[in-house]
Design a protein around this ligand. Structure first.
Ligand SMILES: [Zn+2]
Length: 207
């Protein structure tokens, strides 16, 4: 099939191209996901930067390329797993595409009465090995909750795979973490925020 030679698998494939940090940043900037301005984070702190991962994840092929890179690094790290689990909502697409690239099962946990639970008939087998997937880690609470769901059911967490770790190194888990971008955003309490002092009002980009 000679036409196959015309296909640039780096563009359309999900695993072929190696993405370095510059290439990852280009995808985030190109989709408008790296925002500059004045933001109130979920923590209540203010910042001049925000990562709106949904603006990347609205592009399935770009999402697949990023998750293909996560998969490549997971393989290189020697992770062996049977299933990917992600906390909804943001983690869903990352978990799904990572599982596709690694040819694994993909399940998710979702909020019920304020805490993450497994629903919809998803099961965890004792001894089953899991990768935990997430889009953005800020303090790591949802990833930690997901790790605990796996452990409580007798599963074995082997690693955490995220697109963006913006915890500035503060989010640490008991298993290794792979992140395509690591950021340390500048944050202030509202009373110390220089942007508020200059008279601007923060946006709430997560909502
Ligand atoms: Zn402010």
């Amino acid at each position: 099939m000679p036409w196959m030679g015309e296909v640039d698998v780096g563009e359309i494939g999900t695993q072929a191209a190696v993405l370095d940090e510059a290439a990852v940043l280009e995808i985030f900037r190109g989709t408008g996901a790296l925002l500059s301005g004045h933001f109130e984070l979920r923590s209540g702190l203010h910042s001049d930067q925000y990562v709106q991962c949904a603006l990347v994840l609205q592009w399935p092929v770009r999402t697949a390329r990023l998750c293909g890179e996560l998969a490549r690094r997971a393989r290189r790290a020697g992770w062996t797993a049977e299933t990917v689990i992600a906390p909804a909502m943001g983690g869903l697409f990352v978990g799904h595409e990572l599982a596709r690239a690694l040819e694994l099962r993909s399940i998710f946990a979702e909020k019920q009465e304020g805490r993450l639970v497994l629903r919809r008939g998803f099961t965890i087998r004792p001894g089953e090995r899991f990768i935990i997937a997430e889009d953005v880690v800020t303090r790591g609470g949802r990833v930690q909750e997901t790790i605990e769901i796996v452990r409580a059911a007798g599963g074995v967490p082997v690693g955490v795979a995220v697109l963006v770790d913006r915890s500035g190194g503060a989010a640490r888990f008991e298993v290794p973490t792979i992140a395509l971008l690591r950021m340390t955003p500048t944050v202030w309490t509202p009373s110390e925020c220089p942007l508020c002092a200059a008279g601007s009002r923060p946006e709430h980009p997560g909502s």
